[in-house]
Ligand binder design. Structure first.
Ligand code: HEC
Length: 109
């Protein structure tokens, strides 16, 4: 078991890595899994219960990918259109940009 000081140290490490995302390697896939999969699904097709309920966008569609610029995607992440939560204050800029790349990786031919 972890003793109290060890837990405290662990907390400080976690807090530091959360507040210094630019220094840590920001993993867009991991952020996507953490924040987005519940609605948009692992492959971006939004074929989840919540995706259905909220009419979440299918992010893997080539046509949608073509029609949306990186800044459109960034804007969606920051503002949260419709029933989607907004992440402007919840994620750092580096994390938001990593998510834009993760969304791009969902593209299906
Ligand atoms: C609570 C469910 C939910 C979560 C969580 C969620 N989304 Fe969405 N998302 C939606 C819905 C619903 C829409 C469609 C909104 C609309 O146009 O009405 C959407 C739309 C989008 C769009 C497209 C906007 C457009 O203009 O076509 C992008 C990009 C997007 N989401 C990315 C993300 C990313 C990245 C995350 C994780 C950081 C995320 N979403 C988390 C529900 C969600």
């Amino acid at each position: 078991m972890l003793n109290k000081p060890a837990l405290h140290g662990l907390f400080i490490v976690l807090a530091l890595s959360a507040s210094l995302p630019a220094l840590a390697d920001v993993d867009g896939q991991q952020l996507y899994r953490q924040h987005c999969v519940k609605c948009h699904a692992e492959d971006g097709r939004a074929n989840t219960m919540r995706g259905w309920l909220y009419f979440a966008q299918n992010l893997s569609k080539a046509k949608w990918q073509d029609n949306n610029s990186d800044s459109d995607i960034l804007e969606a992440i920051q503002d949260g259109p419709g029933a989607m939560p907004d992440y402007a204050d919840k994620l750092s800029e580096a994390e938001q940009l990593a998510l834009v790349r993760a969304v791009r990786d969902l593209r299906k031919p």
